[in-house]
Design a protein around this ligand. Sequence first.
Ligand SMILES: Cc1cc2nc3c(=O)[nH]c(=O)nc-3n(C[C@H](O)[C@H](O)[C@H](O)COP(=O)(O)OP(=O)(O)OC[C@H]3O[C@@H](n4cnc5c(N)ncnc54)[C@H](O)[C@@H]3O)c2cc1C
Length: 473
Amino acid sequence: MGPTKTDVIIIGEGITGLCVAYWLKKRGIKVTVLAKDSEVGGTMKSVQDHSFLYETGANTGLETTPLFKELVSDLKLESEFVYAHPEGKNRYILRDGILHSMPLGPGSFLSTKLFSLAAKFRVMKEPFIGRATKEESIAEFVERRLGQDFLDYAIDPFVAGVFAGKPEQLSVRSAFPKLYALEEKYGGLVKGMIKGAPERKQRAEKAKDRAETFSFVSGMQMLPHAIATSLGKSVILNAKVTNIRNLTTARNEPSNEPDARRYLVEYLHNDQETEMEADSVVFAIPAYDASPIIKSLSVDTARVLSSIYYSPIVSIFLGVNRENIGHRLDGFGFLVPSKERRKILGCLWNSCLFAHRAPTGMAALNAFIGGARQPELTTLSDERIIQTTLDELKSIMQLSGNPVYLHLTRWQKSIPQYEIGYQHKIDALAQFEESLPGIVLAGNYRGGISVGDCIQNAHEIAKTLSANNISIR
Ligand SMILES: Cc1cc2nc3c(=O)[nH]c(=O)nc-3n(C[C@H](O)[C@H](O)[C@H](O)COP(=O)(O)OP(=O)(O)OC[C@H]3O[C@@H](n4cnc5c(N)ncnc54)[C@H](O)[C@@H]3O)c2cc1C
């Protein structure tokens, strides 16, 4: 008996892989998801324990695309879907040891003590700044357009919060393509926001600063769980892909018929060596996991994939007696700029965002340590990480006593860093895909790291694959 055959094999049970599979299946294509783990979700994992509900990875989603609502409606998840409490719009930034609300509009920008008067005047000069002449880091771009203070106290903490990264290392073009496009296309941020509004409206897209934050009653993992349930037996758990072989037979005679492309995927299913054949294979796994598998198809591509740096981070969940916190906890949480020289990147106030995250009288907090800013801190022992976190929270949000619940998640490779020159890597990956029709490299190292970006990219991939999948039976 030969290997099992399917139309498209999707490697990876994270949100990207599951969404590609979901939309392909909806178009009548036979799919199989090969999942390394014993449960789906990848970076989206929710834990319910001792009446606390917390996330070990993605904490919230941002409703930047209508695809979320489409999925929620298709999967009948309406009663599970929850928007964050309106207070969640309030985000704090630490300056000189004090938490300041991030201004949400021109009025609060003028009155805030987060930025100096000189910094506010400097931001107002933005429409008169010209275009860049070379590829810039986020730090260079923001410093040039909006000034040093805005970089230090708005963008630097934001980049730490979203990318676990440093603005000096990330490419503005690759990491914030929409921001970069405002300058490229319209000549500046303010001009772009005004002139680009009708186009964004047409695409039904919401800018990240205006999109609503959401989750699910039982946490973010609800979404991958529901997608996997709808895929049924098409998802094979405990199936770690180890190798891929190209069985494509190129036609010798010129012909209008496409080449009969075929790939053989080898995987360990519950430690048993197994094979499956397909016309297309989507790699929806981190670049460092894809690299050793791709090596048999292209050593150069494997090298590009392994060169993508993922910063390490430790996520610390704390269940705390509410009365032991001096701060009002009236917001999303806080972020810490590098300039403050602290040992913590920030802390989310989860129980303020969503109901039922902590027992009555308790608060659910999620702090982060490390990132590209201080990777060395992630190698400390659990005890030292916990003590460091508690010391910082005591000083920043007047925490006293000890937590009643603690959980640490260590991400040695958390988020891919779209560093300066990243576009060359992406171009090389696109060239590789062109040379091997049916092979797709997907995941959060291409086209954005947020759950919303992963879903949008998955939708595009499913559309393109189903349009090109000529040999589908
Ligand atoms: C700590 C942290 C916090 C985050 N917070 C947020 C947030 O609040 N909001 C937000 O929008 N985004 C957040 N993100 C980012 C977002 O969660 C991820 O970018 C997204 O979930 C990635 O999905 P993915 O499917 O591309 O990859 P992954 O989730 O990494 O899934 C890939 C899957 O592939 C599997 N796999 C790997 N190798 C193989 C193999 N050989 N064979 C078979 N399967 C394999 C793995 O088991 C894994 O499950 C966060 C990320 C981290 C790390």
